[in-house]
Design a protein around this ligand. Structure first.
Ligand SMILES: *[C@@H]1O[C@H](CO)[C@@H](O)[C@H](O)[C@H]1NC(C)=O
Ligand SMILES: *[C@@H]1O[C@H](CO)[C@@H](O)[C@H](O)[C@H]1NC(C)=O
Ligand SMILES: *[C@@H]1O[C@H](CO)[C@@H](O)[C@H](O)[C@H]1NC(C)=O
Ligand SMILES: *[C@@H]1O[C@H](CO)[C@@H](O)[C@H](O)[C@H]1NC(C)=O
Ligand SMILES: *[C@@H]1O[C@H](CO)[C@@H](O)[C@H](O)[C@H]1NC(C)=O
Ligand SMILES: *[C@@H]1O[C@H](CO)[C@@H](O)[C@H](O)[C@H]1NC(C)=O
Ligand SMILES: *[C@@H]1O[C@H](CO)[C@@H](O)[C@H](O)[C@H]1NC(C)=O
Ligand SMILES: *[C@@H]1O[C@H](CO)[C@@H](O)[C@H](O)[C@H]1NC(C)=O
Ligand SMILES: *[C@@H]1O[C@H](CO)[C@@H](O)[C@H](O)[C@H]1NC(C)=O
Length: 817
């Protein structure tokens, strides 16, 4: 009963809003004898659409428009006289006048609006079709080719199924959608969404004549920079492009579903689908999506990456035109090639996962292969890049650019490959970097070399002291001084690179001090970890890091480029990791969406391989001791790299575990035997790895995890779900459409094997790598360690504790930063 009442009042509002008819006679045709005045409407034959007079919102102005007839929400999809409202409808009629022109005449018979009809027929009528298309045609002739005029050629702000957004080159007519001025004024607004066919078709959003966003070129499957527009259950879509026409259109899979594309008053293109009366219209796609969609955001040869704090960067092998302005958030100058082209010997470097640059100045040939494309591009010195035109069937066709490349965005997982012209010397990737570093080294001069030798000597002395102090836990093989070929940077270089360590360049806090982002003169981006003078533990950890990481090389370990030691200043310089640390993305609701399942699985496997290298394959054999999400860094391609070796320990080949007086690590990731007894082994790293795996799958932190049904932490929760065969429920909601069921369940299973209470039960990293990569049957995990003890420790950060090695546990928090 109540519901009925609500509906009734809703209808009342509607009628007062619409001033719709009370005696509509359900006609769908206007002809010489039958015309429409206020209060009368046309209804399409199946009752889908209705045409009549309306006033939007509280406006007093009257318009003739078309809206959905079958739903309660009043939704106008087309307006005739949008820029010429009626203020007085008395005497106003919509009728077919001479020459088959459909016209809206006011009380004094002046034309307020009319169709732009071309051609003459015997008996012209205007008919509202079931598609929502209002057409002027010969009565009884339904051939769409012969329509004299149709509203579908003149869209307002909505693109309906069957409408064409784009160009008819024969008639030079362009159809596009334009926003309303406001919710009460359907007049032609500033924002327009159109298809730009110059070069190669792409959709563009403009505000008046200013380009705001482009979708990237059509690639046969979708638009290069709009991965959200993908195959779906509601509609199919395509771009048709030949010598006569270029247009985008879509068709509904189920004709009785209501779905439309429209542009709102702030210039956002949106896809809407009607669900039911309670849910109404739901919006399930918008463009532009984020800041990186802003046209030319990062200038020429710049790339925009929404996942990092400073979203603009240069394409690899390119450097900023004006480094300091660029670092200060002004990207308009963009980037230039680090090594200029010489035309004859140039080559091409492949960039993956990107939204293709603006195609306004591009050239294409649909029948050429990628190889032919390369040859053509190589021949013409002004050709800057090439790629495939169509990504289907392994890639076909050829697209060439003849100008500087603009508007490139990183599109994780869904972007395309682009081959950009670079100098031949840039193609053998590592050569140049080594050269520049050796150059730095040789230009240092005697004083500096002296300093370095002094440092290495001091380091060894300290290191030996440290070894004495730590007793047998240092099973480090004899290291040789000459192994430490660490390039040094001078303080001035680093100060300039980081803009004098401005806070805006700070990336975060590392194990022993702040970390800054910086850019060297040659445009290479670096991360600088600066030893904080107040840190007590800092110096030891700094040295530890130098000793270990300088000697390690693996693609899943962060790379040390050099150090800078001058006076009080001690800094380490690393390769810059564009995507920062894993925790910042993984535990962030919005950013977490960047990590689909294939990426997460790639990260899990990468960490596993990095750890395997540390435990088994490196010369030093290392236990990391502080593996956690914030110590996993991600590069541009989301490759994981283990960082922070400040607390790592080396162990001898036959040694399996060691004991320490100083427990360092992070609660939530620390194995029970290590946190309580101070016993550590490779199996304590395996435990931390297990925690990390469960965090990556679930997107939740182990510590700080809450569940309404129990008091366990994430491990406990995973364990319960696993026992009840509900593991899938642990998986993060963001993974919804990228799931690989068996990989997800297997990863959780392996994670649980790694966090088992007893170190002996946990697999080695080599087994972990095998288990992740195979399909074989896995052993059943036993109960995890620390699974119910969420409240035992209060602080969640790297912590040092003094622990006795005996069984009576004494726990002292020394340094809970
Ligand atoms: C106009 O349409 C109505 C309804 O379809 C029809 O009855 C009438 O004869 C038509 N008039 C002319 C002149 O065709
Ligand atoms: C009809 O439109 C003309 C031209 O816009 C205008 O001059 C005239 O006043 C209008 N008549 C009525 C009754 O609104
Ligand atoms: C509308 O126009 C009619 C005559 O065309 C006139 O009689 C009437 O007063 C006008 N109404 C208003 C509100 O101006
Ligand atoms: C009507 O169409 C012709 C060509 O078909 C075009 O030149 C003219 O601008 C159009 N007029 C309006 C008002 O749209
Ligand atoms: C696209 O999606 C529909 C339904 O969602 C499915 O039937 C079809 O096979 C899909 N096509 C491709 C090429 O994935
Ligand atoms: C099409 O959609 C309507 C309304 O949502 C639904 O009732 C009908 O079953 C659908 N038809 C098909 C073939 O899916
Ligand atoms: C347009 O849509 C965007 C995103 O969907 C929204 O943020 C904005 O407020 C909308 N603008 C208006 C005027 O409704
Ligand atoms: C496209 O490439 C094919 C094969 O190389 C060639 O035969 C054709 O002439 C080219 N078309 C144009 C317009 O250049
Ligand atoms: C290179 O391509 C540009 C743009 O298509 C063209 O104008 C120029 O003539 C070409 N140069 C050569 C040497 O083919």
């Amino acid at each position: 009963m109540r519901r009925k009442g609500d509906e009734f009042s809703f209808l009342l509002v509607l009628t007062s809003l619409l001033i719709t008819t009370t005696f509509s006679n359900a006609m769908d045709v206007i002809n010489a004898t039958h015309m429409i005045t206020e209060g009368q409407t046309l209804i399409s034959s199946d009752g889908s659409f209705e045409l009549g007079f309306f006033s939007p919102g509280n406006s007093k102005n009257k318009y003739v428009g078309i809206w959905y007839k079958k739903i309660t929400a009043f939704t106008v999809v087309w307006v005739a006289n949008r820029d010429n409202p009626l203020t007085n409808t008395s005497g106003t009629v919509l009728k077919v006048i001479e020459h088959g022109i459909l016209a809206l005449l006011n009380g004094s018979n002046a034309i307020v609006w009319s169709s732009n009809t071309s051609g003459v027929v015997q008996n012209p009528v205007a008919q509202l079709l079931d598609s929502g298309n209002l057409v002027v045609k010969e009565a009884n002739d339904d051939d769409s080719e012969k329509y004299l005029w149709q509203s579908f050629d003149y869209p307002t702000d909505a693109l309906l199924p069957g409408m064409k957004l784009g160009w008819n080159f024969v008639t030079s007519h362009e159809a596009y959608i334009t926003a309303w001025k406001s919710s009460e004024d359907p007049g032609t607004g500033d924002y327009a969404y159109r298809l730009d066919p110059t070069g190669y078709p792409q959709a563009v959003l403009r505000r008046r004549s200013v380009e705001l966003f482009r979708s990237g070129p059509w690639n046969g499957v979708g638009y290069s920079g709009l991965p959200a527009l993908k195959n779906n259950s509601i509609y199919t879509f395509e771009v048709v492009f030949d010598k006569n026409q270029a247009y985008f259109h879509y068709e509904l899979r189920n004709k009785s579903v209501l779905s439309r594309l429209s542009i709102n008053q702030s210039g956002v293109a949106q896809r809407w689908t009607w669900v039911d009366r309670t849910q109404g219209w739901i919006m399930h796609l918008t463009a532009p999506v984020d800041n990186c969609d802003t046209y030319k955001q990062c200038g020429v040869y710049g790339t925009c990456n929404i996942g990092v704090s400073l979203i603009c960067g240069c394409l690899t092998k390119f450097i900023s035109r004006k480094p300091h302005e660029w670092m200060a958030d002004d990207w308009s100058d963009g980037c230039v090639r680090r090594v200029p082209l010489d035309c004859k010997s140039d080559g091409f470097r492949k960039y993956s996962d990107i939204k293709l640059p603006d195609t306004k100045y591009s050239w294409f040939n649909a029948s050429m292969t990628l190889e032919e494309c390369k040859v053509v591009c190589l021949k013409n010195c002004s050709c800057s890049a090439y790629t495939n035109l169509d990504i289907r069937r392994g890639g076909t066709g050829c697209l060439l650019w003849f100008e500087d490349l603009v508007d490139i965005k990183v599109v994780y997982g869904a972007g395309q490959d682009l081959y950009v012209r670079v100098a031949s010397s840039e193609l053998n990737s590592n050569g140049t970097k080594r050269k520049t570093l050796t150059a730095v080294l040789t230009s240092l001069g005697a004083i500096f070399l002296l300093g370095l030798i002094l440092f290495i000597w001091k380091r060894r002395k300290n290191y030996e002291n440290m070894r004495k102090e730590e007793g047998h836990e240092e099973g480090h093989e004899e290291g040789h001084e000459e192994d430490l070929e660490l390039p040094t940077f001078d303080l001035l270089t680093i100060t300039q690179a980081t803009n004098s360590f401005t806070t805006s360049y700070k990336l975060g806090e590392g194990g022993f001090g702040p970390v800054y982002r910086g850019m060297l003169e040659d445009g290479e981006e670096i991360a600088v970890k600066r030893l904080s003078r107040t840190s007590l533990q800092g110096l030891d950890e700094f040295k530890n890091e130098v000793i270990f990481i300088a000697k390690l090389q693996h693609r899943n370990l962060v790379k040390l480029l050099g150090c800078c030691i001058q006076g009080e200043e001690k800094m380490l310089i690393y390769e810059y990791m564009a995507n920062g640390s894993l925790d910042l993305i993984l535990f962030d609701k919005a950013k977490g969406k960047q990590l689909n399942w294939p990426k997460r699985f790639h990260i899990i496997n990468g960490i596993a391989r990095g750890l395997l290298y540390l435990h088994q394959d490196s010369r030093l054999r290392i236990i990391h001791r502080d593996l956690k999400a914030s110590n996993i860094l991600l590069d541009t391609d989301m490759n994981p790299k283990i960082s922070d070796f400040g607390t790592a320990r080396s162990f001898a080949g036959n040694e399996t575990e060691a004991n320490t007086m100083r427990v360092v690590g992070t609660y939530g990731y620390m194995s029970p035997e290590y946190a309580i007894d101070g016993v550590f082994s490779t199996k304590s790293d395996v435990y931390s790895f297990g925690v990390l795996v469960l965090e990556i799958v679930s997107g939740q932190k182990n510590r700080g995890f809450h569940h309404k049904d129990h008091h366990h932490n994430l491990l406990g929760h995973a364990w319960i779900l696993h026992k009840e065969r509900r593991s899938m429920e642990l998986a993060n909601v963001n993974l919804a459409d990228s799931f690989n069921f068996s990989q997800v369940v297997r990863s959780i299973h392996v994670g649980l094997l790694c966090v088992q209470q007893s170190p002996e039960d946990r697999p080695s990293m080599s087994s972990v790598v095998l288990m992740l990569g195979s399909e074989g049957v896995l052993p059943q995990p036993k109960q995890p360690g620390f699974f119910a003890e969420r409240d035992v420790f209060a602080a969640e950060s790297t912590t040092s504790t003094k622990a006795s090695s005996s069984n009576n546990v004494t726990f002292t928090l020394l340094d809970a930063r």
